[in-house]
Design a protein around this ligand. Structure first.
Ligand code: NIG
Ligand code: FE
Length: 403
C-alpha cells in the first residue's frame, strides 16, 4: 500500500476519550508503511510528512474498518425449515433435542465438498466485506470429528487468501454432541475436542478455543477440561455463555482469563463484578436474540456500571442468526438492546478488536494501528447504526486492498 496523507475527512477514531466516537472534523490521516503514522486536524499535519502524496476525501466519514468478532460463517446447507417450525411454536431447544439444530448443519457440512463450502461461505463473507469488515472470526463446530473440525478451520483460513480480510480461527469442537456420541459428552471431549485441539494447535490452525456451555450442549465442568488444555497450549479461550440458561459460563471464562464471553442474556447481575475484574469482553449477539425471539435482555446497564467492554457481532450461523450484516447487527443492538449508536460502533471496532486479542493493531484510527480504514458516504457515525439495509461504504483503505 502506498504512503499517503488522506485529507478533508471527518474521522471517528474510536479512541477512548471525551469526544463521542473520538470524532475529529477537518481531519487528516497520514499512512506510512501500512500503519497510521498520524491523525489529527488538517491544519496540524507535522512538517516531517510534507513530502507524502495527498488524497482529498471530499468531506467523507472515516472509521476504523469493522470487525466481526463472532461468526460461524463456514457451514453447509440452511435451516430455513427450522425457522418455519419455530414460527409454528417449536423452540430452539426442542428442535436441538429432537436431533435437528446444530446437528442437522453438521450433517450438511460433513457431506459438502471443500469447494461447496468455500463457495457458500464466500457469499456470506462478501456481504460482510461490502459493509467495511476487515477482520472476521470464524469458528469450527459443524464438523464434530477431528478431521471435519480441522477442515472447517482450513477452509476459514483459505477464505483469507481469496478475499481482502483477516480471518481469526476458533476451535469450537465443543459445540454440540454428534449423534455417534449421544449421551457420551465426556467421551466426546476426551476423544475429539481435546485431541483435535492438540492436533490443530500443532498445525498452527487455532487462534482461540470456544465452547457452547448450555444444558443442550456441554456443562461448565466439561468445558473446563478443554480450557485446561487450551491454557497449557497457550491458546486463549472464550465461551458461548448464558445464552439460554445460566450455567455460570461467564465465570468460567473469567477464571481462565478468557478473551470474551458471548451472548449473556441469562448472565446474573451478581456475577458481573467478578466477570469485569477478569478484563474479558462481553460479546452481545443481537441477531440471535432477534431470530430466537428472545425476550430476556442481557444485563447491559450492569455491564456498563462495571465498565465491561461490550462488543457486537453478527453470530452469522444457519440456526440462531442467519445474518451476514454487521451494520444490521449494530442496528439491532440499538433497537433490541437499547445500546447507543456509539456503543454499537465501539462494539464492532475497538471492543471487537480486544475480543480477538488484536487491540494493538485494529479497531481504532490512531498512530501505530494498522491502516485499516473504512470510508463512508455518510455524514455522521450514528448513521452506521441508523440505516436499515444497504451499505454506504465508499471504499476501504487497507494493506490488503490494491487501489
Ligand atoms: O451462537 N449457540 C450456539 N451456537 C450458535 C448457534 C449455532 C446453530 O444453531 O447452528 C450461536 O447461537
Ligand atoms: Fe455463536
Amino acid at each position: 500500500m502506498q504512503n499517503m496523507i488522506y485529507t478533508n475527512c471527518s474521522v471517528a477514531t474510536m479512541v477512548k476519550g471525551d469526544e463521542p466516537y473520538g470524532l475529529l472534523d477537518n481531519a487528516a490521516i497520514v499512512v506510512s508503511n501500512e500503519r497510521v503514522a498520524w491523525v489529527g486536524k488538517s491544519d496540524d499535519i507535522p512538517v516531517e510528512f510534507t513530502g507524502i502524496e495527498r488524497e482529498d476525501l471530499d468531506g467523507k466519514l472515516v472509521t476504523p474498518a469493522l470487525i466481526d468478532c463472532h461468526t460461524h460463517l463456514v457451514f453447509g446447507g440452511t435451516r430455513a425449515q427450522e425457522f418455519e417450525a419455530r414460527l409454528k411454536g417449536a423452540s430452539y431447544q426442542e428442535i436441538a433435542r429432537s436431533g435437528g439444530g446444530i446437528v442437522s448443519t453438521v450433517i450438511a457440512t460433513r457431506s459438502a465438498t471443500d469447494e461447496q463450502l468455500i463457495e457458500q461461505s464466500l457469499k456470506r463473507l462478501d456481504d460482510l466485506i461490502n459493509e467495511g469488515v476487515a477482520v472476521v472470526e470464524v469458528k469450527s463446530g459443524y464438523g464434530l470429528t477431528i478431521e471435519d473440525e480441522l477442515r472447517m478451520l482450513r477452509i476459514a483460513r483459505k477464505l483469507a487468501t481469496l478475499r481482502p480480510v483477516k480471518v481469526m480461527t476458533t476451535w469450537l469442537a465443543a459445540h454440540a454432541i454428534p449423534p455417534e456420541y449421544l449421551a457420551r459428552a465426556d467421551q466426546y471431549i476426551d476423544e475429539v475436542a481435546i485431541p483435535g485441539l492438540r492436533k490443530g494447535a500443532a498445525q498452527g490452525l487455532i487462534d482461540a478455543v470456544d465452547g457452547f456451555c448450555e444444558d443442550i450442549a456441554f456443562s461448565a465442568a466439561q468445558i473446563e477440561r478443554l480450557f485446561v488444555v487450551a491454557k497449557s497450549l497457550n491458546i486463549p479461550v472464550k465461551l458461548h455463555a448464558e445464552q439460554l440458561t445460566d450455567q455460570k459460563g461467564a465465570l468460567l471464562a473469567a477464571k481462565y482469563k478468557g478473551l470474551s464471553a458471548d451472548h449473556l442474556e441469562y448472565l446474573a447481575e451478581t456475577d458481573i463484578q467478578e466477570f469485569a475484574a477478569s478484563g474479558a469482553v462481553a460479546v452481545l449477539l443481537p441477531g440471535a436474540f432477534y431470530t430466537l425471539r428472545e425476550t430476556k435482555l442481557p444485563p447491559i446497564d450492569c455491564l456498563r456500571k462495571y465498565n465491561v467492554d461490550i462488543a457486537i457481532a453478527s453470530d452469522c450461523n444457519p440456526g440462531s442468526s442467519p445474518l451476514s450484516s454487521i451494520l444490521t447487527a449494530m442496528n439491532m443492538a440499538c433497537k433490541e438492546f437499547l445500546m447507543t449508536p456509539e456503543e454499537a460502533l465501539t462494539g464492532v471496532t475497538r471492543s471487537a478488536a480486544k475480543a480477538l486479542n488484536l487491540a494493538d493493531d485494529y479497531g481504532v484510527v490512531a498512530a501505530g494501528a494498522i491502516a485499516e480504514l473504512a470510508i463512508w458516504d455518510l455524514k455522521h457515525p450514528a448513521e452506521l447504526a441508523y440505516w436499515i439495509g444497504g451499505s454506504r461504504l465508499n471504499k476501504r483503505i487497507s494493506p490488503l486492498v490494491n487501489i
